[in-house]
Design a protein. Structure first.
Length: 625
């Protein structure tokens, strides 16, 4: 593992006489640029060991035959963590300090105690078919091949100390992991809760002491800080038969964070409820809460939701980090033509503008970017939201509270008496809210709102289904934006590939024309957690209501007829917009097909081919070539 034991009775060579370890290929070079560095030299260079200490340790090593790093740890000269870092630098591989939250017990059982001990390897977690395994000999190709054969996964080896690995193999194979040991293994994290209200005092129980103690607080802080650093949107705390599973959502995909042992779930839930100002005694009903924390030197809002399940309460914490909020419309990622159309819709003095899409598709961000464009000291902007996710200057924001009767419809009626110029409705959920919003749009106000529909033309049908008469809707509605978020190709592992003819056909592309043209996707690397994707980008379908479309709405035209009329104006569907992103190399074709729907996308081939033809920009033509 980057260190060699001296042969008994043989003098340890020094300097350039030392043999190069086979496993040290591709490692950082020494001063002369020849042989790879050794552990002692790394420690010396980083100031963690003096020359005198190194000479003394080498002399002791020759006498004892032990490995240098192991001996320095036993003597207290360096810590295990320092040794792992030094060995990782020697082997040019990532190192880790094992702790309970990083290890998935199910994966340990899959390999088995005997085989894991023989290989000196313990699996940590698995993401998208790639298993990260801590190994004492991460450069051993036979061991990696054996792990591949057992698990059926690609193996991503990381370095850990042999004694550390064997200790954890035994604990997880026998189930001998207790709560106190798990908590002790967690490092402290700098997360501060602000604006926290005190909880009513009551009888002190073991659970109360557990929640109040720093270990549980620290565990929750570790989860929060890790999720914030990863740029996650949500944290899930879920009970299962063996304990607790904590996951976070990044780029729309859930990933395992840690798996605390049995007996901790109630304490974790209670801690989150306390900081979220929720009732820790109520476990039978869903609850909601909100808390502001300071992490990474900035304030971050959390929206907390609890739900009773068969095995215990499940928690979800939505992370509202202003650093991730793209308020400027130019930062949304719209193509220039789409952006120009959206801005022209917003320039109309009054009317209804809708943003549609599923939960988590970025509708709120799009609305906030519209408000950022429209806000000024000369206009009165009022929003009604549930919840208020981000606070904006020059905007009066109202938080819905159904428990006291402050619904969307009730708030809207009150807003109309506040001399508003622009109104933003967080979501149109029912006929009453829809009717008030349409009436406001008809009486000289600009109304922005979200709606849950699959595409832009479907928003008209949804409002009619809610009970809005077409003769009222047609003069009110000005435009609809439908959107999705697609994961973008990781720049660190980007590679070219050729989609199958079936995939091309599903995307509306002529296989005979595009089958030989390369597209781009990520192969998977450390930066993207082997997912091949890094970040997300919006896909937008914008339907500007033209006089012809307005007549069709008034006549009660079906959604597919509106879609065809929208296409005739030059607008493109979500699927077509996504394919253009894939042709430009920003995402993969499979990602576009997964996120967008094909209903009504007949004819996409001609629309896309027209875009990548001679009239397209050089970047688009090059991507399609």
């Amino acid at each position: 593992m980057g260190e060699q034991r001296p042969e008994p009775g043989k003098k340890e060579p020094t300097g350039a006489e030392k043999p190069e370890a086979a496993e040290s290929a591709r490692t950082p070079k020494g001063v002369g640029g020849g042989r790879p560095l050794r552990v002692g030299e790394v420690l010396l260079r980083e100031g963690l060991l003096s020359e005198e200490q190194l000479k003394r340790a080498l002399a002791q090593q020759r006498a004892s035959g032990r490995m240098l790093g192991e001996m320095l740890v036993d003597q207290g000269v360096i810590s295990n963590a320092v040794l792992v870092r030094a060995l990782a630098k020697v082997l040019n591989i990532r190192g880790c300090q094992l702790r309970h939250g990083l290890i998935d017990p199910a994966l340990v059982k899959q390999i088995g105690e005997e085989e894991a001990t023989r290989l000196k390897a313990i699996p940590m977690f698995k993401v998208h078919g790639v298993m990260t395994v801590a190994m004492a000999e991460p450069q051993s190709l036979p061991s990696i091949d054996r792990l591949k054969a057992i698990t059926g996964c690609r193996i991503r080896p990381v370095l850990a100390l042999e004694a550390n690995i064997l200790e954890y193999i035994k604990k997880y194979a026998t189930g001998d992991v207790d709560v106190d040991e798990f908590l002790t293994s967690l490092a402290e994290s700098d997360v501060e809760v602000v604006e926290r209200e005190s909880v009513d005092d009551g009888p002190t129980t073991d659970l109360d002491r557990m929640v109040a103690g720093s270990p549980i607080v620290n565990l929750v802080n570790v989860a929060l800080l890790t999720a914030v650093r990863e740029g996650a949107s949500d944290i899930h705390v879920e009970p299962d038969k063996k304990g607790t599973r904590i996951r976070y959502r990044k780029d729309g995909v859930l990933r395992d964070l840690m798996k605390p042992p049995a007996g901790m779930h109630a304490a974790i839930v209670s801690r989150v409820k306390v900081i979220g100002k929720m009732d820790i005694a109520e476990k039978r009903l869903p609850q909601g809460g909100r808390v502001r924390i300071v992490a990474e030197g900035r304030e971050i809002d959390l929206r907390v939701s609890s739900l009773p399940t068969l095995l215990g309460e499940k928690l979800v914490m939505r992370i509202l980090d202003k650093q991730n909020l793209k308020v400027r419309m130019e930062d949304l990622g719209m193509r220039s033509e789409v952006l120009a159309t959206f801005k022209s819709i917003l320039e109309r003095p009054h009317g209804l503008v809708l943003v549609t899409g599923p939960t988590g598709s970025g509708k709120t961000t799009t609305l906030y970017s519209a408000l950022d464009l429209l806000r000024s000291p000369e206009v009165n902007i009022v929003t009604v939201e549930d919840p208020v996710e981000y606070q904006l200057d020059l905007v009066n924001q109202i938080q819905i509270n159904d428990q006291i009767g402050l619904s969307f419809a009730a708030a809207l009626r009150s807003i109309l008496r506040q001399d508003p110029d622009i109104i933003m409705v967080g979501e149109i959920r029912d006929e009453e809210t829809a009717r008030v919003a349409v009436q406001a749009a008809l009486t000289g106000h600009q109304v922005l709102a979200t709606l849950h529909t699959n595409d832009a033309p479907g928003a008209v049908a949804r409002l009619v289904d809610m009970g809005i008469e077409p003769y009222l809707l047609s003069p009110a509605i000005q435009g609809v934006v439908a959107q999705r978020l697609v994961r973008t190709v990781c720049p660190s592992c980007e590679t070219k590939y050729h989609p199958s003819a079936e995939t091309l056909a599903d995307a509306g592309l002529n296989p005979s024309e595009y089958v030989g043209r390369p597209f781009r996707k990520g192969a998977g690397c450390q930066q993207c957690h082997d997912s091949g994707c890094q970040g997300r980008l919006g896909v937008y379908e914008v339907m500007e209501v033209t006089p012809q479309l307005r007549r069709m709405v008034h006549e009660g035209a079906a959604a597919h007829d509106l879609r065809e009329a929208m296409r005739r104006t030059g607008a493109k569907t979500l699927r077509e917009e996504g394919v253009l992103l894939a042709l430009a190399g920003k995402t993969s074709l499979e990602e576009v097909l997964m996120v967008t729907h094909s209903d009504g996308d007949e004819g996409a081939s001609s629309a896309v081919k027209a875009k990548v033809g001679p009239a397209a920009g050089p970047e688009m033509r090059e991507a399609a070539a």
